[in-house]
Design a binder for this molecule. Structure first.
Ligand SMILES: [Zn+2]
Length: 294
């Protein structure tokens, strides 16, 4: 049942997330781009042409990556594509933010956080990145339209995480309503984008939109950007009551699933998370953030 909803993803969009694709179609963002392979060149150009968009495929080195990548850019303006590709090649993140339609507050927050190197609170974390925690610290409310847990864009070295099956799997779901990492989970500018996008997707691809709305509101424990667990259940204060783990939306490098699968509630203590089955104590796992977006 669960998987059936999850996989109602519009396959015809192929390379682009719905947010990136329709963002350009509906003028919410000037440019979008995605990584492709040589074999995809024809179909990505055909897709863009069908929707009256410009498309350029470029092999370039972006940011600090060592290897060049084959990237497909879409826009209504060929000039903006050239500007965006140049900004990415030069790692000019302010221009990148402008051209990809990210609110300036979120772009500056991201640049600032990046310069602080996001020390990961989890010892020995596999990919060591902690943007979600920083965004959370900056938030008063958690709006599901800005839930970026399942969007790995800008979360560490793509050459590293891009080869991990967990990220490949979750990336294909495209479960997000904004294309960027927000400065807070209640950022006003991002919410404007999110609400417009929700409206567009509810018209264009209603099954996907429903699925995204449904799963972005599920409770999560986040240890870092690359290790988290999503539940069927509810968060109440410092605890989560759950009936099951949503495995498709969880990444477990440290073996927490073993203990969690034996329980049905988690209580956050000062230094750890305690797992119970009814009243029976099942075990203790490393402290993480308990979140539920609404
Ligand atoms: Zn913002």
């Amino acid at each position: 049942m669960r998987s059936k909803i999850l996989f109602e993803k519009p396959t015809w969009l192929g390379f682009f997330s719905p947010v990136d694709f329709f963002g350009v179609v509906y003028d919410l963002k000037p440019v979008s781009r995605t990584g492709i392979s040589e074999n995809d060149k024809g179909s990505v150009k055909k897709l863009a042409k069908g929707w009256g968009l410009e498309c350029e495929v470029k092999r370039i080195k972006i940011y600090e990556t060592k290897e060049s990548m084959l990237l497909a850019y879409i826009s209504k303006s060929r000039q903006d594509i050239e500007k965006a590709a140049r900004a990415e090649a030069n790692a000019n993140r302010i221009d990148v933010g402008d051209l990809f339609g990210y609110p300036p507050c979120c772009t500056s927050f991201f640049i600032k956080t990046l310069s602080e190197k996001n020390p990961c609170s989890k010892q020995g974390g596999k990919y060591d990145y902690n943007l979600i925690e920083r965004i959370f610290q900056n938030s008063k409310k958690l709006n599901f339209l800005l839930n970026s847990t399942y969007n790995f864009s800008s979360k560490g070295d793509y050459a590293l995480i891009g080869n991990d099956e967990n990220f490949i799997r979750i990336s294909t779901y495209n479960l997000f309503f904004i294309p960027h990492q927000p400065c807070s989970f209640d950022c006003k500018e991002s919410l404007k984008f999110g609400r417009k996008m929700q409206h567009i997707l509810s018209k264009q691809i209603p099954a996907f939109c429903k699925s995204a709305e449904h799963f972005l509101k599920k409770p999560i424990i986040v240890w870092n950007d690359h290790e988290f667990c999503t539940f069927e259940g509810h968060k109440e204060g410092d605890s989560i009551r759950y009936s099951s783990i949503i495995g498709e939306l969880s990444i477990d490098f440290s073996g927490f699933k073993g203990i969690l699968s034996k329980g049905n509630s988690i209580i956050a203590k000062e230094d750890s998370l305690r797992v119970y089955s009814g009243k029976k104590f099942v075990g203790e796992i490393e402290k993480g953030l308990l979140l539920q977006f609404s």
